[in-house]
Design a protein around this ligand. Structure first.
Ligand code: ADP
Length: 440
């Protein structure tokens, strides 16, 4: 038993003894003991009253009542406990204040949403960048407030590996890049960044390339025209000049091809990120045209076969797809030595979509070069590419067209053995007509 309780019992004992003595002396033992009990009770009630008063009154917080014994100890413990609690609360409040200052100073918009896309928290930049209202929009669905269709689809799809870019809701001049990070209990953090600056630079770069290509087109056409006229008069020219005329014609044609490819790329860049998916493209017809083109290009130097599923169609842009497939076919012819074999395949993909494949038994590509062949102007062997009329832009165009169709390019190749370039289209793009597959 500790000192406080000892003192309490002594106090009670003395009071009882006093009641006993007074009772015995006065002959009113009952009353006297009752009075002693009432005094003890009154004392404890008074302490209880003072404790209660101290606890409920905020002003007295640092001024605990004086009390001895168990009451004193109890008050002391409560006082210390309260003080510790207050300190912790102050520390947390300071931390929260710092957090608010920090999130308020952040230039990026941050919004936390729940499983139903309901807004749970946002910082100040979310108001200016995303046009949200604080606190009125808390609890509202973000998809009701930011109605940009691609953003709504992006949230619904649940694949957040790539950021999404779209115009800021209330500021047409601003472009945002949005990332979504799932965390905690089914919550997601939406982080939006102002990327207008990069967007403008990127647009300037695109416009520059498009303008330069446009500007070069006319002089090149004039040049090619004159060279053709001179070529018609080659008989009258001194023989020493003829090879240079041929060379000039070859180089002009190459420049025209580069300009055309650059213009195709800028057109693909400037159009919507997703190619129209309403039109039905009869790929079997395209493949048979490509096969004829390949035979013409090969001039009988290669064996060219095609396997086509005639029932398989695609939703997309026919012209773009034709240009992409044609690049793959002409590469196969250009990078396969005489006597080689080239196979075109338009078949269902095991993943549920469709695939267009071009395989050749050509020179192949080393593993280190495979990831780079779709870069603009990347050629494994520059001389060979030039000698066969390459621009180094063909596979960049293929990659771009496929991206716009939600498809991917798969490249399998072995140096000296051949390559397979496959365009794999997702199930949503493939269509099926009720006819049987056949080899063409
Ligand atoms: P290019 O006009 O030079 O052919 P592409 O963008 O079409 O440009 O291809 C880039 C490079 O990839 C080519 O220069 C070549 O080195 C390589 N390549 C493309 N297709 C094939 C193929 N079927 N076989 C071997 N190498 C290829």
């Amino acid at each position: 038993m500790n000192g406080a309780w000892g003192m309490e019992f002594v106090r009670l004992g003395v009071l009882a003894l006093l009641g006993l003595v007074v009772g015995l002396l006065s002959g009113e033992l009952g009353w006297s003991m009752a009075a002693a009990a009432a005094i003890a009770l009154g004392f404890h009630l008074l302490q209880l009253y003072r404790l209660h008063h101290w606890i409920v009154n905020d002003e007295d917080r640092n001024n605990p009542p004086d009390a001895g014994g168990v009451w004193g100890e109890l008050i002391d413990v409560l006082y210390r406990f309260g003080k510790r609690h207050r300190k912790r609360k102050e520390r947390l409040a300071r931390l929260l204040e710092r957090f608010n200052e920090f999130t308020g100073a952040m230039p990026d918009a941050n919004v936390v949403i729940g499983p139903q896309n309901d807004i749970r928290w946002m910082n100040e930049a979310a108001v200016s960048l995303l046009g949200l209202d604080q606190p009125a929009d808390l609890g509202q669905r973000i998809t009701n407030l930011i109605r940009y269709p691609e953003f709504v689809q992006f949230l619904r799809r649940g694949n957040y590996s790539e950021p999404l870019e779209f115009p800021a809701p209330r500021r047409e001049d601003m472009r945002l890049s949005v990332r979504v990070v799932p965390f905690g209990n089914n919550e997601r953090l939406i982080a939006a960044r102002d990327v207008s600056h990069f967007y403008r630079i990127e647009r300037m770069r695109r416009d520059f390339v498009a303008n330069v290509s446009h500007e070069l087109r006319t002089p090149l056409t004039v040049l090619a025209g004159y060279l053709e006229t001179y070529a018609d008069m080659a008989e009258e020219m001194p023989p020493v000049l003829r090879p240079s005329l041929e060379h000039m014609q070859g180089q002009t044609a190459r420049m025209q091809q580069i300009v055309d490819d650059l213009l195709t790329l800028s057109r693909l860049d400037s159009e919507n990120a997703v190619a129209g998916d309403q039109a039905e493209v009869a790929v079997p017809g395209i493949v048979s045209t490509l096969r004829e083109d390949a035979e013409a290009l090969s001039g009988g130097r290669h064996e060219i076969v095609a396997e086509v599923d005639p029932a398989l169609r695609l939703r997309g842009e026919a012209k773009e797809l034709h240009s992409a497939f044609s690049n793959l076919v002409s590469n196969a012819v250009r990078y396969t030595p005489d006597g080689g074999r080239i196979e075109l395949r338009w078949v269902a993909d095991p993943g549920g979509g469709a695939r267009f494949e071009v395989s050749d038994s050509g020179i192949g590509i080393a593993p280190a070069d495979i990831p780079r062949v779709t870069e603009r102007f990347y050629r494994v062997d520059k001389d060979r590419s030039r000698a066969t009329g390459g621009t180094g832009l063909g596979l960049a165009i293929v990659k771009h067209v496929l991206q716009r169709h939600g498809a991917r390019l798969e490249v399998r190749s072995r140096l000296g053995e051949g390559s397979t370039f496959a365009c794999v289209f997702p199930p949503g793009r493939a269509l099926r007509k009720s006819t049987e597959a056949r080899a063409v």
